[in-house]
Design a protein around this ligand. Structure first.
Ligand code: NDP
Length: 295
């Protein structure tokens, strides 16, 4: 199948690698050198513009920071709409927002272009392994058409509901991840200050009922080791938490915990900058407490 992939960032790149193994792929990236390097490494074509990527593609996949970024690629002489043909399938793997996605869907439907939100979870490791969870919003028919393509990089590919439902699911998931990052950091800081080693506290936590993905994997592998790899920007998690509070508000759920989490992430983003990793708010907790969570 002829597929175009737009957005070769931290997670888009390993996802596109899996697509390239099974399909005839064309890539486009805002910074063209990344697309050229990808194409050379994975024997696929490079498009100079979104229009060129979309022209002739049966399926296009986007993986950009926000839904607004996706929307901004639609228009203009070099935009996606100038290239997309009737009958094309447009899968947006951005962790985006439901409202913008529904607006994009309303523009695409009269043009005969099927659209689905298909955000992913599982991190860059999951993308490399092809074991992502994919949360799809769209019609049943669009889901059936999309599934074999999403299977290229997904292990669990689920239809969540109508357009926007995938983004709502993903945003709430990431807001819960954010709650855990902050809460585990705070709890461990207090335990270390009270004389318990960070390693022992994490081990006992992970044999007890307060454990989580953050305590079982992220803290032992990335914080206690002091490696702090950059895999997912804090700015993106902050964006997700804000989308989640919007989802809650839209449903009349006051959600004080998720609102506070979102506020704390926004403060951490302001302090740490746009290129900080999403675990780095734990550094701020360490600084404030005057401790380090190390082996
Ligand atoms: P990155 O910041 O690593 O990459 C962003 C990509 O989008 C780059 O290719 C960048 O191009 C491109 N881009 C940014 N702004 C624009 C724009 N205005 N127009 C066109 N292209 C643009 O992000 P990730 O790959 O980490 O994340 C992408 C999406 O996936 C986000 O929604 C994120 O929340 C989600 N996600 C990320 C995960 C992760 O572990 N990293 C996990 C799950 C979901 P350029 O090269 O020019 O900068």
């Amino acid at each position: 199948m002829r597929i175009a992939f737009l957005g070769l960032g931290a997670i888009g790149t390993p996802m596109a690698v899996h697509v390239a193994k099974q399909h005839q792929l064309t890539v486009w990236n805002r910074t063209g050198t990344r697309a050229t390097a990808f194409a050379a490494a994975h024997a696929c074509a490079v498009a100079a513009t979104p229009r060129e990527a979309a022209a002739g593609a049966e399926v296009i996949i986007t993986c950009l920071p926000t839904s607004s970024d996706v929307e901004s690629l639609l228009d203009g002489p070099d935009g996606l709409l100038a290239g997309l043909g009737q009958g094309a399938l447009f899968l947006d793997c951005t962790s985006g927002d439901p409202d913008t996605t529904r607006r994009i869907g309303e523009r695409l439907a009269p043009l005969g272009i099927e659209f689905a939100d298909a955000p992913v979870s599982g991190g860059t490791n999951g993308a490399e392994a092809g074991t992502l969870t994919v949360m799809v919003g769209g019609t049943e028919e669009t889901f059936r058409r999309a599934r074999p393509i999403l299977d290229c990089f997904g292990r669990r590919v689920e239809h969540m509901g109508p357009l926007g439902a995938g983004h709502a699911m993903k945003a709430v998931n990431n807001a819960l991840l954010a709650v855990n990052v902050l809460a585990v950091g705070e709890g461990l800081a207090a335990l270390v200050k009270s004389g318990i080693s960070a390693r022992k506290a994490v081990e006992v936590l992970n044999a007890s009922s307060g454990r989580s993905f953050v305590s079982e994997y992220l803290v032992p592998q990335r914080v206690l080791t002091r490696l702090w790899p950059l895999t997912f920007r804090l700015a993106l998690l902050d964006k997700d938490a804000r989308i989640a509070t919007g989802v809650l508000e839209g449903q009349g759920v006051s959600g004080p915990v998720l609102h506070l989490t979102s506020d704390l992430l926004a403060q951490a983003r302001a302090a740490l900058g746009e290129d900080a990793d999403y675990l780095e708010p734990i550094r701020l907790i360490e600084q404030e407490a005057g401790v380090k969570l190390h082996e």
